[in-house]
Design a protein around this ligand. Sequence first.
Ligand code: HEC
Length: 104
Amino acid sequence: MASFTDDQADRGREVFRSQCTECHASSEFSDAQFQFKWSRRHAGSLYQMIQTQMPETAPGSLTDEEAVDLVTYILRMNGFEPGDAELSADRAVLDGISLSSIRN
Ligand code: HEC
């Protein structure tokens, strides 16, 4: 199960609004197509994809913290419940978080 805080997901939303909305609407990250694709993967893959490939105009420019905050924002959009502890940008931890529950 993922552990992250509401504040962390809010920070992710701020990063999203400043760096991602040029190309994306947030609704793209919780629609059926997104859920079908990502429900077979783990949070670590989503983190890596964002960290190494986004924003498309400047891949690799996000800090580890910004990338993991973005992941928590996406988790929250997909029904994961915030808790008391922040999610760290630790690949082993992220790889242990299955996204299978995001499929409605
Ligand atoms: C300049 C346009 C652009 C910006 C800015 C951008 N993206 Fe993307 N993003 C894309 C494109 C194009 C794709 C599709 C890439 C592909 O399928 O190979 C994509 C794909 C993605 C995907 C995979 C979606 C899926 O359905 O699998 C994620 C997640 C993502 N972007 C997150 C982000 C985040 C987070 C940011 C902000 C930090 C961001 N993107 C900024 C253009 C952009």
